[in-house]
Design a protein around this ligand. Structure first.
Ligand code: GLY
Ligand code: MN
Ligand code: MN
Length: 440
């Protein structure tokens, strides 16, 4: 992503903070996996959104109107020995030269310097309660300023969360962000197609995961957006199944929920298909129902429609269908009112999508579902999950889990499906898998 994009965001942030106030945001830290081994580093999304700086041990400070520069970056000093072991890092000069900071200081000096920056500011914006070290340091800095009040300095009087400001900005995707999201979506879609083509009974779920991740990496996308769910048969009824350790069996469905990350932007796709390449009759009936619910939900998506409309549409289609197939008994309106569908459809239709797979942004404003607007991206992912031990339904339905998930951009006039390249009708899936098996 171009530096000018980050600059634009910082300018917007400065306007929202206002002269006389200050904002602080810390980077993610490195987490230990075991002894000398760390988990792969993933930058905090808010921090990256504003800085483009991909190192731990950093703090960004924003002071609108500061004459020596409004954007200050505290980071690790360049250290040759560290560079030898851990690779390049920007250092203080790099922070200014490559990341457009107006000023940079060693992270080890924050206590002395930030405390001075907080003097005589009215309000401090920061990620309240997210980083216990920063929470603690802020209290100490303010205590220190208060202790000097007789010399005339004033400590900030108000602390506020920076998140509502940054998260509202992140909810609306720019052209540059959409370019990354489209690429993540396209590569993830291709990976799902590959998984369908390479699917065969006897393979382990984690080997299907390997096919998917192989395609991500071969396409230049190093990271997954979240741990892939590869769930054969009844495993699909566990919503966040990530063990991926069972063998695939003919006669079972396979649910795959997997997406790549492209420069910190996520894709999130689910497809469900038969291991054998051919749906059984009960599988096909339930699958078609979920697909109809997804189509109905997607049709709701356009500006000025409440966030919840897509969910309501999916509930209506699923409940009607479940009654028709005999899995629910009663009148549709009562079953909906009493939320009886929740035993088979227990999650909501989707979530915002962006730098985080479950992205930031409010769903309600003043207790009302917010209206969709152009530039928002969300997932649409209805599902049905019939537990194996569900005695209230005929045996033929038990142990079937189905979810179909696409990533949808709200446009000026309606929607665009970013993940449209993965087949999802029964005919399309069966044709694709038959062609793969026959070597066409
Ligand atoms: N992959 C997590 C979700 O679909 O929400
Ligand atoms: Mn999702
Ligand atoms: Mn998903």
């Amino acid at each position: 992503m171009n530096q000018s994009e980050f600059k634009k965001r910082r300018k917007q942030l400065m306007q929202r903070i206002g002269i006389g106030n200050i904002a602080l945001i810390s980077s993610a830290g490195v987490r230990v996996r075991n002894r000398d081994v760390d988990y792969p580093f993933r930058q905090d999304s808010d921090f990256y959104y504003l800085t483009g700086f991909n190192e731990p041990d950093a703090l960004a400070v924003f002071i609108p109107g500061r004459s020596q520069g409004e954007y200050i970056l505290f980071c690790r000093e360049f250290d040759e020995k560290k560079a030898l072991w851990e690779g390049a890092h920007a250092g203080l000069e790099g922070a200014i030269k490559h990341y457009a900071a107006d000023d940079s200081f060693p992270i080890d000096d924050i206590d002395d310097i930030v405390s001075g920056m907080l003097e005589n500011k009215t309000k401090v914006f920061y990620p309240m309660g997210r980083d216990t070290d920063l929470d603690h340091s802020l209290q100490e800095w303010i205590r220190h300023i208060r202790s000097q009040s007789r010399s005339g300095v004033m400590a900030p009087a108000e602390l506020a969360s920076i998140e509502p400001i940054v998260h509202e900005m992140r909810l609306f995707k720019s052209a540059a962000e959409l370019k990354l999201m489209r690429y993540a979506a396209q590569i993830s879609a291709e990976a799902h197609v590959k998984a369908m083509q390479l699917c065969v009974a006897g393979k382990y779920e984690y080997q299907v995961e390997a096919d998917i991740v192989h395609h991500f990496m071969q396409s230049g996308l190093r990271n997954v957006a979240y741990p892939s769910i590869v769930a054969g048969g009844k495993n699909a009824c566990t919503l966040h199944y990530t063990e991926n350790s069972d063998k695939l069996k003919n006669g079972d469905l396979l649910l795959i929920d997997a997406g790549a990350e492209c420069d910190h932007y996520a894709a999130d796709i689910t497809r469900t298909f038969p291991v054998s390449g051919k749906f059984s009759e009960p599988q096909a009936l339930l699958y078609q129902l979920v697909l109809d619910a997804q189509f109905a939900a997607i049709e709701q998506i356009k500006p000025n429609v409440p966030w919840n409309a897509a969910h309501d549409a999916s509930v209506e289609v699923l409940t009607k269908g479940l009654v028709k197939l005999g899995l629910l008994k009663g009148t549709v309106s009562k079953l909906i009112k009493n939320e009886k569908y929740k035993q088979f459809y227990m999650h909501r239709i989707g979530h915002w999508l962006g730098m985080d797979v479950h992205d930031v942004g409010d769903y309600k404003i003043h207790q009302e579902w917010r209206l969709l607007q152009a530039g928002m991206v969300l997932t649409v992912e209805p599902g049905l999950y019939i537990p194996e031990d569900c005695k209230s339904v005929d045996k033929k339905w038990r142990g079937i889990g189905i979810r179909i998930e696409d990533d949808v951009l709200v446009t000026k006039n309606g929607y665009e499906i970013l993940t449209h390249e993965v087949p999802k009708t029964i005919t399309e899936i069966e044709t694709l898998m038959a062609e793969a098996k026959s070597g066409c």
